[in-house]
Design a protein around this ligand. Structure first.
Ligand code: CAA
Length: 406
């Protein structure tokens, strides 16, 4: 037990660290260059039981929580950011089933994910619905036998290698509050296909694809939770729990880049001494390390709150994602700077950290969206700060109705 991590957390972190050292770091550059999925790493993760860390015990997982999931992502991302997200995206894809699935759906799908027999992906974003996820257009219509889906999805991580997809579609276009429902789609469902595999700047060892649904027919029991109109809420609840995973990826990338930069600073000689002896480099390393620690403990706090069942987790999850991924970007950029000309070349592993870090500021909600979530929560919470009201002139109170602030 450490002040922040339980024996169980440490157990999963150490398992992930072992796999990262043995299987991930040695192959990171190769799969990045080839833009291919490292199946042997996935097998090692499955064998170690890591693919069921966040899944409840009754459905084949180890129920070790979001914090253990974040620790695994952090360790893997220290070695390779792409492997970090290749792991974490299975949590993103399966949270809708854990949170909103029927008992039958949980019993059928979760053990397959936990054991690594099947990978899962999350289909929310579309070409015209990125940050504004609620404006998605993919349509699901009731048929006699089940549901017919038409439309497309964009930026689906794990797409093509996953065999199960949590897919969000419009079932009631007229409704304001219950427009969207979630479905489970499987590879091989008629009318479902992968239409584009993206060529990416970073996280190249995991596929990101477009999904296409052309009169895709799925049976009745694939409607998540057996109820329509719950889709947007389930997507948001899922993101609240998955964003700390991206934050864990950010911490791992930042720590991994810092470790390489510190080793380089000890070894690289200029002006007759190791560059680590220069105060400007020391200042950079000190700032990088302080930022990584601050991000790390915010991520652990967010994840711990989720595991404890705290009431409002959106703000903390968004704060962790914002701080940790901005840290990943700044620390990996500084690490390249410390490596100088060598850092810019692919001979060294450091430029990959910078490329992998960039997407963490974008996916699972851009950091602008995280700021939106945080600010909305702060303004809502401020309505309860009644003790401050007497310090405001009455005319200001009259002019602004706090309920108008969205
Ligand atoms: N939990 C539960 N319900 C929530 C919620 C939450 N965290 N957030 C919002 N809701 C509910 C609201 O209560 C509201 O319900 P009512 O209508 O019943 O009142 C409803 O959802 C609509 O809420 P908002 O008005 O706040 O919604 P909005 O349209 O303003 O959007 C947003 C809010 C935060 C911007 C949201 O659209 C969002 O998170 N956007 C980013 C999407 C995103 O993260 N996409 C990434 C997809 S995954 C990916 O990156 C690819 C990958 O494979 C890794």
């Amino acid at each position: 037990m450490t002040p922040f991590l339980s024996e169980e957390n440490l157990f999963w972190r150490d398992k992930a660290r072992e796999i990262a050292d043995k299987f991930v770091r040695p192959i990171a550059a190769k799969y990045d260059q080839a833009q291919e999925y490292p199946w042997e790493v996935k097998e090692a993760l499955a064998e170690a039981g890591l693919l069921g860390v966040w899944i409840p015990k009754e459905y084949g997982g180890s129920e070790a929580g979001v914090l253990s999931m974040c620790l695994v992502v952090e360790e893997l991302s220290k070695a390779c950011g792409a492997v970090g997200v290749a792991f974490a995206v299975n949590a993103l894809g399966s949270f809708p089933i854990i949170l909103g699935g029927t008992e039958e759906q949980k019993r059928h799908y979760l053990p397959l994910i936990a054991s690594g027999q099947k990978l899962i992906a999350f289909g929310l974003s579309e070409k015209f619905a990125g940050s504004d996820a609620g404006s998605l257009r993919t349509r699901a219509e009731k048929t006699e036998k089940g549901w017919r889906i038409n439309g497309e999805k964009k930026w689906t991580t794990n797409g093509g290698i996953a065999e199960v997809y949590s897919v969000f579609a419009v079932t009631d276009p007229e409704s304001q509050r219950a427009r969207i429902s979630a479905f489970i789609v499987e590879t091989g469902d008629p009318g479902f296909s992968i239409t584009k595999i993206e060529d990416k700047m970073g996280i190249r060892a995991v596929p990101v694809v477009e999904l296409d649904f052309e009169n895709c027919e799925i049976p009745e029991d694939r409607l998540l939770g057996g109820k329509t109109g719950q889709g947007f809420k389930h997507a948001m609840m899922t993101l609240d729990r998955a964003r700390p995973g991206v934050a864990g990826q950010g911490v791992g990338l930042a720590q991994g880049a810092l470790d390489y930069a510190a080793v380089y600073a000890n070894r690289r000689k200029q002006f007759g001494q190791a560059i680590g002896g220069f105060q400007m480099i020391q200042g950079m390393l000190a700032d990088m390390s302080a930022r990584v620690e601050a991000a790390r403990y915010l991520v652990y706090a967010a994840a711990r709150n989720i595991d404890m069942g705290a009431a409002n987790i959106s703000k903390l999850a968004a704060q962790a994602k914002l701080i940790a991924t901005d840290t990943a970007m700044s620390v990996s950029t500084d690490a390249v700077q410390i490596f100088g000309g060598y850092g810019y070349m692919k001979d060294y592993p450091i430029e990959k950290f910078m490329r992998d870090a960039k997407i963490t500021q974008i996916y699972e909600g851009t950091n602008q969206v995280q700021r939106m979530v945080i600010a909305r929560n702060i303004l809502k919470e401020a309505r309860d700060l009644k003790q401050l009201e007497e310090y405001f002139p009455t005319e200001i109170q009259r002019d602004v109705d706090p309920a108008d602030v969205r």
